[in-house]
Design a protein around this ligand. Structure first.
Ligand code: SF4
Length: 393
């Protein structure tokens, strides 16, 4: 992972307004929950509704926010148009605004907990695309433009002008000849964004330029969350992180390297099922579905998952390949410990495995995450121990 300071420096070239405009309209704050003005609003909503981290992660009141967050995350991987614009709630109600704001907040926590910069970039891009599409027809474009750009103005005909320095920095990330300086009208340090039809109306061009700035800000905030994430939060977020990683893996056909969960990180229940299958034991249906969905979540290729079943007494290549493909396509997420215990797929009793004995251990993906964190810590301790200290012989 590259240094965080280095990452930040990539985003700090462009001049920004020294003071950001006041914004108190709650609908706008909920629509664009990444705005700098939204931070204090979200904090005040959390206090007002008693939303703490436990509520956000597991509480009943935040159920719908987590569902919406999941669709925000899935869209960022799955949809070429970015995050779905329409919310599942009415943003003109307090409940709908809570849903939008906290689903964004939760989704940002999940991508931060993934510790995967590519995933964070992808998500930031998708959220920024969503915001761009709303901005193209939202009257609040004016205040948002003034939040992100140091020099921006609009005349009475609806034609926008942007300061040259902002334009130069932002247009480098956009393809197309209309964004190249020789093709633009420039007067006294201002670039005029002429109307060129619906898709490239003056307003749509501002929204497109703003997308670049919003994407960088969303990404910076998520990276900030990533470096501040403590271990217990990382572990608590293992399940949604596993879901989104699994989805990325299935979309990009990347393999185990994506999550880096080698066999030594697998939870005992997964090892037990793989071991039993290889010995010809007839593992029950629940255990088989669990193994398939775990394999998907840790980024194993489908062929590897099919191979796990080769020793099963009823193995059929075509049937297994079909069922595994179904699990991957439907993006099944693995069941938690309590269901595995009920279905006789848990492999341990108290005292067998310290991690499984932890009071917070309720999901095998948490086991993998905790194992990875411990291994990483151990490796860095070993590296530090090998570095010669001043005065060492
Ligand atoms: S406690 Fe959970 S993670 Fe551990 S073996 Fe049982 S089901 Fe798997």
């Amino acid at each position: 992972m590259r240094g965080f300071k280095c990452l930040l420096s990539e985003f700090s070239i462009v001049p920004k307004p020294l003071t950001i405009p006041d914004l108190s309209d709650e609908v706008t704050l909920a629509r664009y929950p990444f705005l700098p003005q939204a931070k204090s609003w979200i904090a005040s909503m959390a206090v007002k509704h008693g939303i703490d981290i436990d509520e956000l992660l597991d509480g009943g009141m935040m159920d719908r926010s987590r569902i919406r967050a999941r669709s925000r995350l899935v869209d960022s991987v799955d949809s070429k148009d970015g995050v779905e614009v329409a919310s599942i709630g009415d943003i003109h109600t307090e409940e709908g605004r809570l849903l939008e704001a906290f689903s964004f907040y939760y989704a940002r926590l999940v991508v931060g907990a993934s510790e995967d910069e590519r995933l964070i970039s992808r998500w930031a891009q998708a959220e920024a695309e969503r915001a761009q599409r709303i901005l193209e027809r939202d009257d609040s474009i004016d205040i948002i433009a003034n939040t992100y750009l140091s020099e921006i103005s609009c005349d009475e005909r609806g034609i926008w002008k942007i300061g040259l320095s902002d334009f130069i920095e932002l247009c480098t990330g956009i393809t197309g000849s209309r964004w190249r300086l020789p093709n633009c009208e420039i007067n006294d340090g201002w670039v005029t964004l002429h109307d060129e039809g619906d898709r490239y109306s003056s307003r749509a061009k501002v929204a497109r330029l703003l997308r670049e700035r919003m994407k960088d800000d969303i990404k910076i905030d998520a990276l900030d969350k990533m470096v501040k994430m403590d271990e217990s939060l990382l572990i608590r977020l293992s399940e949604p992180v596993g879901m989104i990683r699994g989805l990325v893996a299935s979309k990009t056909a990347e393999t185990i390297a994506l999550i880096g969960a080698g066999e030594e990180d697998w939870p005992p229940c997964m090892r037990k099922i793989v071991g039993e299958l290889s010995e010809g034991v007839n593992v029950n249906h629940f255990g088989r579905v669990f193994l398939g969905s775990m394999s998907r979540c840790i980024g194993l290729p489908q062929e590897t998952t099919v191979d796990f079943f080769r020793g099963a007494p009823d193995f059929s290549e075509s049937t297994t390949a079909y069922q595994v493909n179904h699990l991957y396509e439907r993006e099944y997420t693995p069941s938690g410990c309590s269901k595995l215990k009920v279905n006789h797929n848990c492999a341990v009793r108290t005292g067998d495995d310290k991690l499984c004995d932890q009071p917070w251990m309720d999901h095998p993906l948490k086991y993998i995450r905790a194992k990875q964190r411990r291994r990483k810590r151990q490796e860095s301790l070993e590296v530090n121990a090998e570095v010669p200290k001043p005065g060492d012989g």
